[in-house]
Design a protein around this ligand. Structure first.
Ligand code: TXD
Length: 326
């Protein structure tokens, strides 16, 4: 096989825009570039900051052995024709603050970011990270008018990674042998599913009694707050960036990984017109399929309770902003 300079392999470098160059955004940019997945455009409203971070990351390329271009900018024109756009812009929680406290502040930022990004990257796949996650994803979907396969929220991968970690720590096993599944909203009403969480195929319900599992479930529900309380300023960003990167990777490499993501439901799980965490296959077209697991009555009612809380917050924000459905 010979390569010519016009070979599409040599010409096309995927491009990921990360809006918000804070802790999550900048760490995500680093992960994407150092995994050699795509060129990255890092955008923030703070002048000079994304440019400085991009330069710093570029200066590590020779050491980290990758050739990806990282651009820092304050202009959406530089994000044009991205394959994936990740929205992390907004404010994180402070100690004692709930995710919903962030609602008003972040809604405006996410809607503006989504509106401006879609004008330059109409064909991209969009991943929302900003909290409160399920509601922000809904607002970004309304603002962009995207079909449901091309817009989703990141939370389930992170919540499942936390559950995975706590299971591994409790049983003294390697975390890579643990598969954990957490559905529902990203918040206190998330729905960890012990029946579908395994150690190399063995359900954890076979390995621990109910009270031990319940302790791990509670710690998972409280996972974000536990980190916030320890850090005092800012919230978790290493695991959130890794979790978002897994989604970006599955899309760019068309891996069709089965991951819990906040997806728009049209009747699946008996839920409609809502973004909530459910298992989805992620590939080159975005959400290729929403997988409908069979749930017990208790699991299903927990998912519905979670959905009601999201719906309430969506209604609250809709009353305040009158954003037309796309
Ligand atoms: O599981 C999840 N989905 C989450 C979500 C896990 C971790 C963090 N989660 C949320 O992501 C968190 O609650 C926040 O709402 C976002 C971003 O968290 P991060 O820790 O990265 O916050 P930072 O460090 O404060 O960064 C936010 C950046 C900061 O640089 C601001 O200047 C920028 O966002 N910002 C903007 N950029 C572009 N455009 C606008 N309008 C804008 N406003 C603020």
């Amino acid at each position: 096989m010979s390569y010519s300079p016009s070979s599409p392999i040599l010409c096309h470098s995927p491009r990921v825009t990360v809006i918000g160059a804070g802790k999550v955004g900048s760490t995500l940019a680093q992960r994407i570039a150092e995994k050699n997945l795509a060129d990255v455009v890092l955008l923030d409203i703070v002048e000079g900051m994304p440019q400085g971070l991009a330069l710093d990351l570029m200066e590590a390329r020779g050491i980290e052995l990758h050739h990806r271009q990282i651009t820092g900018t304050n202009s959406y024109a530089d994000t044009a024709n991205s394959d994936v756009v990740v929205i992390t812009a907004g404010f994180p929680r402070k100690p004692g603050m709930s995710r919903d406290d962030l609602l008003m502040m972040n809604a405006k930022i996410v809607v503006e970011s989504a509106n401006r990004a879609i004008a330059h990257s109409p064909n991209a796949i969009y991943i929302v990270v900003t909290n409160p996650l399920d509601v922000m994803t809904y607002l970004a979907w309304q603002a962009t008018g995207l079909p449901r396969d091309r817009i989703m929220g990141m939370a389930g991968v992170l919540d499942s990674a936390r559950f995975q970690t706590f299971i591994a720590m409790e049983l003294g096993v390697c975390p890579t042998d643990v598969n954990a599944m957490v559905l529902g909203s990203h918040g206190d009403l998330m729905v960890p599913l012990p029946r579908y969480s395994t150690v190399n195929g063995i359900p954890i319900t076979e390995l621990m009694d109910e009270s031990r599992i319940e302790r791990l479930v509670e710690r998972t529900r409280n996972g974000g707050a536990e980190v916030v309380a320890l850090m005092k300023t800012g919230s978790a960003f290493f695991a959130p960036a890794s979790s978002t990167c897994v989604m970006v990777e599955s899309i760019l490499l068309n891996q069709s990984r089965l991951l819990p993501v906040a997806a728009y439901l049209e009747g699946e799980y008996g839920l409609k017109d809502i973004f909530i965490g459910v298992p989805c296959h992620l590939g080159a077209r975005g959400i290729e399929r929403v997988l409908e697991l069979s749930l017990t009555d208790t699991e299903s009612s927990a998912l519905h309770t979670s959905a009601q809380a999201i719906r309430k917050t969506i209604d609250k924000i809709q009353d305040i902003f009158s954003i037309g459905v796309g």
